[in-house]
Design a binder for this molecule. Structure first.
Ligand SMILES: Nc1ncnc2c1ncn2[C@@H]1O[C@H](COP(=O)(O)OP(=O)(O)OP(=O)(O)O)[C@@H](O)[C@H]1O
Length: 294
């Protein structure tokens, strides 16, 4: 099956600075993929390259097997700034979208707004942050994309609005089977929603793969601090912690523990992502990294 998105050797340089380098990632069709990473990691750059808004300095992006520019009508993008005109009424935003998009689905956009209780005659500038996000999402979905790319869709929203936006996005995914790629700082909120993960850090891809497989492949070990170095020498350690006599090691390993004084427990998505973000040079470790070596 063709990947919904496939980036190979992707690089983007702004003047002398590489915002993204040697980036190779795949998002299989039908997945809801999370793009995580710290500020300035290159998330927005990767998303803008993915939708053809930027031309790469190196490498290429393919959407459903073809160069992104040949498939622009199959992709919808919601920018971080949620570009809506505050002086426009909601229905004027729809009319605007209708004029620009041959695949536009007016009926489903109207139905969605009605379900959300957003009056079409309301001016965009008078909507709440959550409602504005929902209108921007409605416009993006009305394009009937096969790939929906969202840059920080949850930023600036309170927990209730975040929950509502994610629920309605998931309903759209269930209905249409579209592939979603969304960036977020709030990793804990992506668990149970996203099933694919890409972590970028310092312009490089650090982690890429199926979330269940990734999480199941890592564990948190706890044991006596005095033996931590010896254990760490035998296992692929992603991050180390602990206090006083107790040490913790987050490892990419599920085999039997070589030291009976140590115990293991599963990790959650946030713990795993944080461990990688704390170890940006992971690919320099002697064990294989999850992403191609730098
Ligand atoms: N137009 C530009 N000109 C020069 N440098 C840029 C430009 N856009 C981004 N950069 C730089 O590229 C790097 C990656 O930026 P990018 O916006 O892609 O990161 P990000 O992960 O989306 O960050 P954030 O989470 O803060 O939104 C940063 O160092 C940024 O300063």
């Amino acid at each position: 099956m063709r990947a919904a998105l496939e980036a190979t050797g992707l690089g983007m340089r702004y003047r002398r600075t590489w915002a993204l380098r040697d980036c190779s990632v795949t998002v299989p069709p039908g997945r809801v993929a999370a793009l995580a990473g710290p500020n300035g990691a290159g998330k927005t750059t990767l998303l803008q390259l993915a939708v053809g808004m930027l031309s790469p300095t190196a490498g290429e992006v393919r959407i459903f097997g073809a160069p992104v520019r040949e498939h622009m009508e199959r992709v919808a993008f919601m920018a971080q700034s949620k570009p809506l005109y505050p002086g426009f009424r909601v229905e004027e935003m729809l009319r605007f979208g209708r004029g620009l998009n041959p695949r536009w689905d007016e009926a489903s956009a109207r139905r969605r707004l009605a379900e959300l209780g957003i009056p079409p005659e309301r001016k965009v500038g008078r909507l709440s942050g959550g409602q504005r996000t929902q209108v921007a999402l409605t416009v993006a979905l009305a394009k009937r994309p096969d790939l929906l790319v969202l840059d920080e869709p949850l930023a600036d929203l309170d927990p209730l609005a975040r929950d509502e936006v994610m629920r309605s996005l998931m309903a759209a995914v269930a209905e249409t089977g579209l592939t979603v790629l969304l960036s977020s700082h709030v990793v804990s909120e992506l668990e149970g929603i996203c099933d694919w993960l890409i972590v970028v850090n310092g312009g490089r891809v650090q982690v890429s793969g199926d979330i269940d497989d990734l999480v199941a492949g890592h564990r948190l070990l706890t044991g006596p601090a005095g033996t931590a170095d010896a254990l760490a020498a035998r296992l692929p350690v992603i991050s180390r912690g602990g206090t006083g006599r107790q040490a913790t090691l987050l490892v990419r390993d599920t085999g039997p523990l070589p030291d009976p004084r140590w115990s293991a427990r599963p990790v959650n998505l946030e713990e795993m992502v944080l461990a990688y973000l704390r170890a940006p040079d992971l690919a320099a470790f002697p064990r294989p990294a999850l992403a191609p070596a730098r």
